[in-house]
Design a binder for this molecule. Structure first.
Ligand code: GMT
Length: 388
């Protein structure tokens, strides 16, 4: 790894700490920045679930949320902004980098304006997906969101699709830099064979995998319907790594007669063992700005079959590093699975290209220097962005 270009920066990072791509990305970014010599301060209501502490140059500052009897709904934005301002002043933050705009960007703008001009950090807002594609359409959020984006010192989005959607829905009059996501996988502690044996996968069975938080947009109904169309039920198993409970989907799995084909592991914090053991990853989302779990599979040479939506074509090159299928067509999805299931040589070719692409395009070494360059560029701008 190249030595950090001096001086090192002091960076505050706010994200959702729970299972979800934006929090995973923010955690990896903070850890990588610390490894490159920067001082990193995580500010959130809980320690991000993948953040390993203690770690050199990383601190975590919890936000206390009060439940005053007067409040029907507890407020997070104000205590978050107060904590951001406190950490920024105490540690002389250069940058406050918020992941997922709502409510983090609003809190950051408020925190910045609470501080004397001489110690105001620059605010970087990274858009991840539903902060724009869902909340940007909501009249109860859009004006506040637009204001927070227009007032940030820099805006980034994880795909060109999301940058375009943000311009379309929320034109904030600001440039949006596209910086794709990256992953920093752990080295698995078990071999592929050990994991498959633990899961009860026979040598001639294909292991399909789906990893997500199972939120509605992931369309688990379409995943199950597609898999239920596959012939020879004993020739495969579908492993679901569920960020949330799988219970709401059990009834459909039962109705489709899939119970003995499905293996579920809930709230798995570390996915690497499973990804290296899988043969094909399946994503049936109706909307996705990037889809980190595709890259997690690619890293382990496991090609994905995915719906052709949102930013996914920026992650998978169809026919080269995976296969894209039109959204909402379980028959076509099942055919794509069956084709690759029966063709291990093709799977291996796609898997090798996926592995190479994950390393060259979506690794920390490819992406973190882009954030560092952005931080240095905006830090050098002496006049703070005025609130428009
Ligand atoms: O929808 C999710 O999976 C959660 C959400 C999040 O913010 O954690 O994911 C969004 O951000 C991820 C990281 O940038 C992207 O990989 C996901 O595609 C994106 N989700 C959507 O756009 C629906």
């Amino acid at each position: 790894m190249a030595a950090p270009s001096p001086p090192h920066l002091r960076i505050g990072i706010t994200c959702y700490p729970s299972v979800g791509g934006s929090g995973i990305l923010a955690t990896s970014l903070g850890e990588e920045l610390a490894l490159r010599g920067h001082e990193v301060h995580f500010i959130s209501y809980e320690r991000p679930f993948r953040l390993k502490l203690p770690a050199e140059r990383i601190s975590f500052h919890p936000v206390e949320i009060n439940d005053y009897g007067l409040f029907k709904y507890p407020d997070y934005t104000l205590p978050l902004s107060v904590k951001m301002a406190e950490v920024a002043a105490q540690h002389r933050l250069d940058i406050l980098h918020v992941h997922y705009a709502v409510p983090h960007a609003t809190a950051a703008i408020l925190a910045r304006s609470m501080l004397p001009e001489s110690i105001r950090p620059k605010v970087v807002t990274t858009l991840h997906g539903t902060d724009t594609t869902l909340l940007g359409k909501d009249p109860g959020y859009a004006p506040a969101l637009r204001h927070a984006l227009a007032s940030s010192d820099a805006l980034t989005a994880v795909s060109t699709f999301l940058a375009n959607e943000t311009r379309r829905l929320l034109d904030a009059g600001r440039a949006i830099e596209v910086i794709p996501n990256f992953i920093v996988p752990r080295t698995p502690l078990l071999t592929r064979e050990q994991v498959r044996a633990d899961l009860g996968i026979a040598a001639d069975q294909t292991l399909l995998i789906h990893s997500s938080n199972l939120r509605p947009g992931k369309r688990i109904d379409l995943l199950l319907e597609s898999v239920a169309l596959l012939p020879n039920p004993d020739s495969f198993r579908l492993l679901i790594l569920a960020g949330e409970s799988f219970e709401p989907h059990r009834a459909l799995a039962r109705r489709l007669g899939l119970e003995s084909q499905i293996l579920v592991r809930e709230r798995v914090a570390e996915v690497e063992e499973f990804m290296q053991a899988a043969d094909l990853s399946l994503i049936t989302s109706e909307s996705e700005s990037f889809c980190l779990s595709i890259v997690e599979a690619m890293w382990f040479a496991c090609p994905s079959i995915s719906t052709n939506v949102g930013g996914i074509p920026e992650v998978i090159q169809s026919g080269r590093t995976g296969v894209l299928v039109p959204f909402g067509d379980p028959q076509a999805f099942a055919r794509a699975i069956e084709d690759l299931k029966n063709n291990p040589a093709r799977r291996a070719t796609l898997g090798q290209a996926a592995r190479d692409s994950a390393r060259s395009q979506f690794s920390a070494d490819a992406i973190v220097p882009r954030y560092e360059a952005l931080y240095r560029r905006i830090r050098a701008q002496s006049i703070p962005q005025s609130i428009k």
